[in-house]
Design a protein around this ligand. Structure first.
Ligand code: NAP
Length: 321
């Protein structure tokens, strides 16, 4: 049986790495399972212009690399593996169990920071055409659509960002949004509107994504939500940017989740309903969901874990005095 860790952090991104940084600086020697997709959704972002301290902006992947290095500098142990199973103790001071396949790890405290994933549209054709015209990441896939026509589905900041990036490659991008009002911030909406080859189409939903005989996307069937008018648009790309769902599957049944799958925390703390298990970032937050708020809650989780370890009678590895 492995000797118990003080803290295991599951997940990376701004919340996980900030928790790792704080826990490492508190000399808790955190073990971080950062996941194969380390860095989370920011790895798929282009410029981050609203994270304080970067007056000229910073690339999402570059920021994640720097955060990662910063946590390692103070002794966080990063493991690029996905956690496959957890079992959390019910009693204060009890040891929590975390598995990577058959390999078991014990910890007195656990910080959950698995973030969120792209929400699926649920339209017929979407799943079959994923990677064959349907994408969730313009930064990753835009170059495949040089001089093609594409749609971006969604009306938030992500949809604007995807469309602006995509428009550098494609002939035309149509942003398809289900309401006339956009959820996107004024600055992002204005930017999208000012790009010559971006058009906005409202209020439309995607009814179906239709493949060509060769099995790649060739047509999007759209429906006007007010008039029910149908519209067929010949496109080879459909970028879905309609928000996110929390990556909470591995902790379902282990901690309390709300009806949308977000981990429930107590008041303004990061405490879950299990003593010694804390949660931070997009896994918890369905309101703000910013890199800076995720980083802030990662800091809170590390402090909550540190105080828990200080105040809870030791039943595992003792903290250094
Ligand atoms: P979001 O703000 O939740 O917007 C999701 C959009 O998708 C909404 O317009 C929503 O429509 C639409 N939608 C949701 N489900 C749909 C469905 N089933 N079919 C069709 N449309 C659907 O999500 P987000 O754009 O990913 O942004 C998340 C957070 O990240 C926000 O706080 C945002 O500010 C932030 N963010 C910031 C930046 C930036 O500043 N550069 C970039 C990306 C994201 P309704 O409006 O009708 O609900």
């Amino acid at each position: 049986m492995p000797s118990p860790e003080n803290v295991i952090i599951i997940g990376s991104g701004p919340a996980g790495y900030t928790a790792a940084l704080y826990a490492a600086r508190a000399e808790l020697e955190p073990l971080v399972f950062e996941g194969f997709a380390w860095g989370g959704l920011l790895q798929q972002t282009t410029d981050v212009e609203n994270f304080p301290g970067y007056p000229a902006g910073v690339g999402g992947p570059e920021m994640m690399q720097q955060l990662r290095e910063q946590s390692e500098r103070f002794g966080a142990r990063l493991v690029t593996e996905n956690v496959t199973r957890v079992e959390f103790a019910d009693d204060p001071g009890g040891l929590h169990r975390v598995w990577v396949d058959d390999e078991e790890h014990l910890a007195r405290a656990v910080i959950l920071a698995m973030g969120a994933e792209h929400k699926r549209l649920g339209a017929p054709g979407e799943l079959e055409l994923a990677g064959r015209g349907v994408s969730y990441c313009a930064t990753c896939d835009a170059a495949f659509f040089k001089d093609h026509d594409a749609i971006v589905v969604g009306g938030g900041d992500s949809a604007m960002e995807e469309a602006i990036f995509l428009a550098k490659f494609t002939r035309k991008v149509t942003i398809v949004h289900r309401r006339e009002q956009f959820r996107a911030s004024a600055i992002m909406l204005d930017r999208a509107r000012s790009v010559a080859n971006i058009e906005l189409l409202t209020p439309y939903v995607v009814e179906e994504l239709v493949p060509s005989p060769k099995g790649a996307l060739q047509l999007a069937r759209l429906r006007n939500t007010q008039t029910a008018e149908q519209l067929e648009m010949a496109v080879t790309g459909a970028f879905v940017a309609i928000g996110h769902v929390p990556t909470s599957e591995i902790v379902r049944g282990a901690v309390e989740l709300d009806e949308n799958g977000y981990v429930v925390t107590e008041g303004r703390s990061t405490r879950t309903n299990r003593p010694g298990v804390f949660a931070a970032g997009d896994l918890v937050d369905h309101t703000y969901r910013q890199a800076v708020t995720a980083a802030g809650s990662g800091c809170q989780a590390a402090l909550d874990a540190e105080w828990y370890l200080r105040d809870t009678p030791v039943r595992g590895k003792a903290l250094a005095a």
